[in-house]
Design a protein around this ligand. Sequence first.
Ligand code: DGL
Length: 266
Amino acid sequence: MKLGVFDSGLGGVLIARALHEKLPDIDKVYLGDTLNLPYGSRSNEAIYQASKRCMDALFSKGCGLIIMACNTASASALRRLQQEYLPEHYPDRRILGVVVPTVEEAIARGYKRLAVIGTDYTINSGVYRDELNKINPDIEIVEKRTPLLVPLIENAGEAYLDQVLDDYLDFTKEGAFDALLLGCTHYIHLKDRIAARYDFDVLAQDDIIPDKLVAYLNKHTDIDQSLGRNGAFEFFVTDLTDGYAAHASALFGHNIEMTLIGDIHG
Ligand code: DGL
């Protein structure tokens, strides 16, 4: 079996890279749903249907465990997939999201006042607030939709990022925040830029998810043992252009071969 890494686009390559650095031997398959990006402005049902087809595709590639790196899909589709779809279709396979582990890490670090940025869907869903409150209702959280960041990152809009970020993060001037939680795969790309411009901590999922996965595998030894360990990593997208391939290689840190997965969206 292999470890799947799923994102709505290429931002999840940054999580894939961190996972590969932490667990280089485990065989992995990445799938970015570039055909349907962005998920963040879509409806719950559209995100669920697109995510489900991507889960099917990753399972058919031999994945036994999938990291749903996409925050938007984790906020929208994850629970329904875990509670309804997996038991019926893939009872022995698992899908793990990124929201709960990130919230657990924020709490473990002792933050008392937290800012969260994410896509329209993630922020409107209130998933970060809900999950945080479930574990520790005393933590104050301010959430902000930042929909222009993904298009800027996906389209090499570096020159405009500082301006847009400063505008979006203006609210952090009101009151001292301990940390800014980057609630979207793509925003990992902004980690150093934000850390250099602001004086709160930056909570990025590439620093969190690999350790959480190691802890999960230590607890679930049956799943751990089912994963192949030949160091293989295959990359698939649902729509492929030269630009996507180059962008993914830049995010991963070296040249990767990107393959079109075929017509999974009917
Ligand atoms: N990858 C998505 C996330 O983590 C953001 C991009 C999108 O809108 O599809 O939320």
